[in-house]
Design a protein around this ligand. Structure first.
Ligand code: UFG
Length: 342
């Protein structure tokens, strides 16, 4: 199949491009490089600079591919803003990029004759879940603008699919981490807010220590429980999702996690099997639900997907990637932390 990956120069998009290329598919990446990097794009993928909020950018790429005689079969859409605290302080930027961006993209797809889309959604649509694990049919009550914009996008997709004969695969991500086995790509940004990369920075001496936000939640050890999924497993689910759309012409909505929950303290303890992590407890972070665990039965049944990497593998690959980055950019810091191997 020929896939247009919008946002394919970012973290999850670039890993999906690697999996698509490995599976022998043809890939075109459209990205405005606002957060991604051209260096993340697989050398066998064709890169085009463009912005999803400008219909002409998408139309130009779709028309050029159609002219080659093999038009785009399916679009994967990763070009979104995704930092929860930022969405609280800048909600309108999130509505513009995420909601207006998808509306423009869908308009271009309808006009360009592409009818299948794989869409990145999030566990944030569930808000503060009341059951022990999240099922796709559960109530959606986002507690931040990021989750609200993704829920608005999910609804837009459903209405647009019904009106214009599209089919969609909506994938609700839980906590994504880790790096590709090649260590060519990973989460390489400085502005990090997520647990695993911050934990790695503490392990590598890039920051003094990890702050564990809150140890008074209603969980066994008082720290928040999350469901961690390896980015390569997540990427593979997108390939399966696209194939499902092209084969069955039926829309899907599925959670992507591991189906297992780990508290922040358990993640720190698991990391300590590989390296030392200095940490300290700090007050709760606003907007954090106590527990988010996915039920992944639907992804298993409809896509034939099964996560293959465990928490150890997530942590080890992230550590190896970050250490490689550090060796490339900060040889002094590496000498300071002694070059611990996993
Ligand atoms: N945490 C720390 N210290 C840190 C960073 C995080 O203790 O330095 C804790 C958080 O408080 C939270 C857990 O680690 O309890 C996980 O936090 P992340 O920031 O890694 O991830 P989130 O659970 O906040 O984010 C994920 C997805 C979002 C989604 C959100 C829904 O990445 O896309 O779940 O709550 F919106």
């Amino acid at each position: 199949m020929k896939v247009l990956v919008v946002g394919g120069a970012g973290y999850i998009g670039s890993h999906t491009v690697y999996e698509l290329v490995r599976a022998g598919h043809e890939v075109v990446v459209l990205d405005n490089l606002s957060t991604g990097s051209a260096a993340n794009v697989h050398p066998q993928a064709h890169f085009e600079w463009g912005d999803i909020r400008r219909k002409s950018d998408i139309a130009r790429v779709l028309a050029a591919e159609a002219e080659t005689g093999t038009p785009v079969d399916v679009v994967m859409h990763f070009a979104a803003k995704l930092i929860v605290p930022e969405s609280v302080s800048e909600p309108l930027a999130y509505y513009e990029n995420n909601v207006e961006g998808l509306r423009t993209l869908l308009e271009a797809l309808v006009e360009g004759g592409v009818r299948s889309i794989v869409f990145s959604s999030t566990a944030a649509v569930y808000g503060e879940p009341t059951s022990s694990e999240c099922h796709e049919g559960d109530a959606t009550e986002p507690i931040n603008p990021y989750g609200e914009t993704k829920l608005a996008c999910e609804r837009m997709l459903k209405w647009a699919a019904a009106a214009y004969g599209l089919d969609y695969c909506i994938l609700r991500y839980f906590n994504v981490a880790g790096a590709d086995a090649s260590l060519e790509i990973g989460l390489d940004k400085d502005r990090l807010t997520h647990l695993v990369p911050l934990l790695m920075q503490a392990a590598l001496g890039i920051r003094d220590k990890l702050l564990v936000f809150g140890n008074d939640y209603a969980t066994p050890d008082g720290t928040c429980i999350r469901d961690y999924v390896h980015v390569t497993d997540l990427a593979r689910a997108h390939v399966l999702g696209a194939q499902h759309l092209l084969t069955n012409r039926a829309s899907v909505l599925a959670n992507l996690g591991s189906g297992r929950g780990f508290s922040v303290k358990e993640v720190v303890d698991a990391a300590r099997d590989i390296f030392e992590v200095p940490f300290e407890y700090a007050p709760r972070r606003p907007g954090d639900p106590a527990k988010l665990i996915a039920c992944i039965d639907h992804a298993r049944e409809t896509l034939g997907w099964e996560p293959e990497h465990d928490l150890h593998s997530i942590l080890k690959s992230d550590y190896d990637f970050r250490r490689k980055l550090m060796l490339a950019h900060r040889p002094q810091a590496e000498r300071r932390c002694g070059g611990t191997e996993g």
